[in-house]
Each structure stands twice: as structure tokens, then as C-alpha cells.
Design a protein around this ligand. Structure first.
Ligand code: ADP
Ligand code: MG
Length: 224
């Protein structure tokens, strides 16, 4: 019975995702088609103006497909013994640059942690997705904190922002593919984070208030 439930839930998710991706890809296609139709009837000035938009729309459709593919369930994780702090240190300049561009700050507070089994590409993606969300949630002057520490059983990663927080209604939908409150959002960032965490036997906890949001990702020290 339980596996039947799991199968149904899975089918449901696949259907939801197919509907979501169809919708997301159809929007840019409609825009591009409209412009092409205009070009057939109109002058070159218009082309110069609209071709960049068409390229942007094509890139967007491409991004959605790329992100969607990285959600694939049977995707293999290439995990090896790695330092989480080393991965974060290599990403900090990138996150810092992104923050500076929008007038925000980043604070790294990395405690000593043992190496754990990590797929470095996946963990980079998880950290970047969460940090981008944190930066996007804050107004100018806000600080994003990235912290690591170890407890008895886990290496813990905290990503905390001083943003607007997440309402109870939205908390429930967090991590659902295509759930977004942003005009330009794909709604795939967190879904990818959750699937990466699952492949690492890690858990994600969210704490949110009107003062900000903290994501806590707990990696087991020994593979279970
Ligand atoms: P996207 O960023 O494309 O909208 P995500 O999957 O990354 O998609 O996030 C889904 C939604 O979750 C966001 O649109 C936003 O409403 C909410 N969210 C995620 N992280 C945060 C955060 N740190 N603070 C506030 N809201 C957040
Ligand atoms: Mg995002």
C-alpha cells in the first residue's frame, strides 16, 4: 500500500512538472512567434529592437530545460570525501560579487568540520541557489550569513538572510517544482536543492519570520 501511495505521488508530481514545464516553455515560444510574425510584415528597425528580446526568451526556455533536467530522479551523484568549507570558500567571491552588485553584504563564518561525502558540483549548486534566493529576498543593505559547524552527528550549513521572510502559506509550497513568487522566477531552485539534499541523506529545515529566513542543511557525518 505504501509503495502504491509513493507511486501515485510520484505520478502526480511528474504530471505537475510536465504541466509546469509546458507552460513555462510555451510563454517564450509565444513571444518569439509573435515577433517573427511581425517581422514578416514589417521593417528592419523592428527586428533590431526585438531580436535581443527573442534571444533572451530562448535563453530562458533553455535555462528552464537545463534546471528541469538536473531534477531528474535517477541522476547519479558523484560523491567523494570533501571539505564543505573548501567548497564554500571557492564560491564566496562569486556570491560576494553578486551581493555587491545589488548593494548587499555577505558574511562567512566557517567552523572546523570534518570532510564528508559530497558531490561537489551538486553542493555548489545547492549553496548558490539558496544564496541567490537569500540575496533576492533582502533589500539594499541586508546581510547574508553563511555558517558551518559540526555537532555530534552532523556537519551543519546555515544560510541566513535578513529578507522579507516566507509566509506560512508559501512555506508549505516551498520546494515544489515551479512554485515561485517572482516575475522572472523559474521556481526550480529550491526543488533542485531538496533533490540534492535527498541524494546526500541531508535534511533541510527552514525557519522564517518577518526579520528573515534561515535554511539549515544537516549532512550526516557517516553515510547511513
Ligand atoms: P525562484 O527563486 O525562481 O522563485 P526557488 O525555487 O528558488 O524559485 O524559490 C521558490 C520561492 O520560494 C521563491 O519565489 C520565494 O517566494 C521563496 N523563497 C525561497 N527562498 C527564500 C528566501 N530566502 N526568502 C524569502 N523567500 C524565499
Ligand atoms: Mg531561486
Amino acid at each position: 500500500f505504501e509503495s502504491e501511495m509513493a507511486r501515485l505521488a510520484q505520478l502526480n508530481l511528474v504530471g505537475e512538472m510536465a504541466a509546469g514545464i509546458a507552460h513555462e516553455i510555451r510563454n517564450p515560444m509565444t513571444t518569439i512567434r509573435g515577433f517573427l510574425q511581425l517581422f514578416r510584415e514589417n521593417d528592419r528597425h523592428m527586428q533590431r529592437e526585438y531580436i535581443p528580446i527573442m534571444l533572451e526568451e530562448l535563453d530562458r526556455a533553455n535555462d528552464i530545460i537545463t534546471e528541469y533536467l538536473s531534477l531528474a530522479k535517477n541522476k547519479t551523484s558523484y560523491q567523494k570525501s570533501e571539505s564543505l568549507n573548501r567548497i564554500i570558500e571557492s564560491l564566496l567571491p562569486l556570491i560576494q560579487a553578486e551581493a555587491v552588485m545589488c548593494g548587499k553584504h555577505v558574511n562567512g563564518n566557517l567552523g572546523s568540520c570534518p570532510d564528508i561525502q559530497l558531490d561537489d558540483k551538486e553542493i555548489r549548486q545547492l549553496i548558490l541557489n539558496m544564496c541567490m534566493n537569500g540575496l533576492e529576498a533582502m533589500s539594499v543593505g541586508g546581510t547574508l550569513c553563511i555558517e558551518t559547524y559540526q555537532d555530534d552527528t552532523h556537519v551543519v550549513l546555515l544560510i541566513a538572510d535578513e529578507g522579507t521572510g516566507i509566509s506560512a502559506e508559501h512555506l508549505e509550497k516551498l520546494g515544489r517544482p515551479f512554485f515561485t513568487t517572482k516575475d522572472e522566477g523559474t521556481g526550480l531552485g529550491l526543488a533542485i536543492c531538496y533533490s540534492i539534499a535527498t541524494r546526500h541523506q541531508a535534511t533541510i529545515e527552514v525557519n522564517s519570520s518577518s526579520k528573515g529566513t534561515t535554511f539549515m542543511i544537516r549532512f550526516p557525518m557517516q553515510a547511513v
